[in-house]
Design a protein around this ligand. Sequence first.
Ligand SMILES: [Ca+2]
Length: 311
Amino acid sequence: MMTVGAGLAQWQRRKSGTILIGGMTAVAVWVSCAIAAEPPNVTTAPLARNLVVNGGFELGDRCPSGWLIRFPRVDLSELTDIRALDNLTLFWHDTQSTRGKCIRMDTDVDQKEVHKRMEELIANPDAPPWPKTPTRPPKYDTAAGLEGVSLWSDPIPVVKGKMYRMSVDVMGQTEGMLFFPKLFVRGFGMAKDAKGKVVLRKLYDTYLACRVEGPRRWCRFSQTFSPTEHTPGVTEMRVVLFAYWPPGEYYWDNVEIVEVPEAEAAAIRAAKAQPPKPEILRPTPRTRKAGESFAIEEEEPMELPEKKPAK
Ligand SMILES: [Ca+2]
């Protein structure tokens, strides 16, 4: 098991921008942060084409084109698509980035109010927005504590055997290593459902952990993935931006998925195929006696203070 110290050391390496090849998940993770009102420069090679339509959220009429809410209604087994932002938990924002518009999420909203707003938008996508009711601690009944806030992309075709790289700029709340916004990529393909009928189903799911550092700080995250490596039936994928705990505001911009050039993909696969490094041998801890709960071991001082002779 990784110790806290080792975990922090790995985190420090990530902060410095080193590309890590994770032994368990075999993905290259990269992150950079900047204290700025503007996302850092996009690092993708200029020739790589962004497969996410409107990943910078600049295009659209009343809401960003290519993005939608997919609401899981209680009375329906499937998701209901809503081509609008609710202006309650999701906003098309244009003041936090000098690169134009971005998405602002507010997870500090009563979950019941979110459901009410979704039903309203399903009935009428033009239903005017209304202000949220202030929430009260401990806020476990908010979207942050229950369902989170999501925004989906339109489907993106998947080429069999390809490796891709997802990247995104995020600004948000910090809560140590446990809670952080996530950029999901969900892969879909035709497969049999429980009744044996062939339907479009979710076959693949991965996410990019967006461990942001401090408020008002854009951080860029990047990671490779191969949707058809273990699930060859995947033919299309969607990005899902997702934020939850702690309650508060989260910002997203410059969502990208690009094909990884074949030479680079081959190098990443080769690194993944490397056998694990042999374990470093360490001394076996002393066996504890029955009934002994803990032991304090201290080194004797090198030189004991001399006793002063009695006068
Ligand atoms: Ca933008």
